[in-house]
Ligand binder design. Structure first.
Ligand code: SIN
Length: 332
């Protein structure tokens, strides 16, 4: 058995980091047209010679293209991470994931896992078969980060930067440097295996851990509607009719909401649905008092906003908030 707190558990969930182009003979060096999640966590680790000497344990929890991520995988992942962190011999956990929905899973883990040891997510923009595959270096950085004393919380190690779980966001659909940390930027840099912190480290969270015990069938439906020119209020009302208990409006600019959607939101709220605003802008979130349409929209109708969270991250926060409310005030 490895010495006290030196073991890193690597949990694979799929993604491009585990992606394979199957017709490389016809398309040598291809970056696209690969099968995401084809490789197991074992295979990812075996492809990085520098990991051979380190005490690692690997588990393949899923082999998904993360655009197909679901609540069942989130629940199983958060429970698995929590169980591994509780083992005294474990220094930290690494989660390999697709880039597409990583910011959602990272937010979910940050809010549901009391990560007093590091939980480091990592990913790649190029499949494992590409000559320029970025997965091996990202995985090596993630494992090294997961063994560093004093590092806590849910993090993303990607492209030589370290992001806080709730701040990481995908900014580009193709480039290797696809992630950013929003206005806050990265927490730290990984430079030749060493951590270079850039600002104060956020405290671990995990305040919503109790929701993991709730059966999936009881998890409320929470959807996202984008505010755009010509949007129809019926779109939101159709979601309410289909069972949504929470809706995030991806508002324009500083979270402004088209008047048609505002009217629909008012009606949805009268039916007991919680409606939040976020911003569809790539950066910046919503600035201003909560609740309120602080800038630009000129709207009298106020909906709470989700601050810096992207619409997808806001959806995770609203889902957990509704689950916590239900748990703390069980209904009839
Ligand atoms: C995915 O998110 O699973 C595919 C895209 C990626 O990992 O870059």
């Amino acid at each position: 058995m490895p010495s006290a707190s030196s073991l890193v558990v690597v949990i694979g969930t799929g993604g491009t980091i585990a992606g394979v182009v199957t017709d490389t003979a016809a398309r040598p060096g291809a970056h696209l047209g690969y099968e995401a999640g084809a490789l197991t966590a074992d295979a990812l680790v075996a492809a990085v010679p520098a990991l051979a000497a380190l005490p690692l344990e690997t588990h393949s929890l899923a082999q998904l293209d993360s655009s197909d991520m679901d609540h069942a995988t989130w629940q199983a992942l958060a429970l698995a991470v929590t169980a591994h962190l509780a083992r005294p011999e474990v220094a930290g956990v690494v989660v390999t994931h697709g880039t597409d929905t990583l910011e959602e899973t990272a937010t979910f883990l940050q809010l549901t896992v009391a990560a007093t040891k590091p939980v480091v997510m990592t990913a790649a923009m190029r499949p494992a078969t590409a000559p320029s595959a970025d997965g091996p270096q990202n995985l090596l950085d993630a494992v090294r980060l997961a063994t560093m004393p004093g590092v806590t919380g849910v993090l993303l190690a990607f492209g030589g930067s370290v992001y806080a779980g709730t701040e990481a966001r995908k900014l580009h659909g193709y480039r290797i440097d696809a992630f950013g940390g929003g206005d806050a930027g990265p927490l730290a840099l990984m430079q030749d295996g060493a951590l270079r912190p850039l600002r104060a480290w956020p405290a671990p969270d995990g305040h919503a851990a109790e929701v993991l015990a709730q059966p999936l069938a009881d998890w409320p439906v929470v959807d996202i509607v984008t505010s755009h020119a010509g949007v129809r209020g019926q779109t939101m009302l159709a979601l309410v009719a289909a069972g949504a208990r929470g809706i995030v409006v991806a508002g324009s600019g500083n979270g402004s909401v088209h008047r048609e959607l505002e009217l629909a939101a008012e009606q949805a709220q009268r039916q007991g649905v919680t409606v939040w605003r976020a911003s569809r802008c790539v950066l910046g979130g919503v600035v201003g008092e909560v609740p309120g349409n602080a800038q630009g929209g000129g709207s009298a109708y106020a909906l709470p906003h989700a601050g810096d969270a992207t619409p997808a991250q806001a959806r995770v926060r609203l889902l957990l908030s509704l689950l916590l409310q239900r748990q703390r005030q069980p209904g009839p």
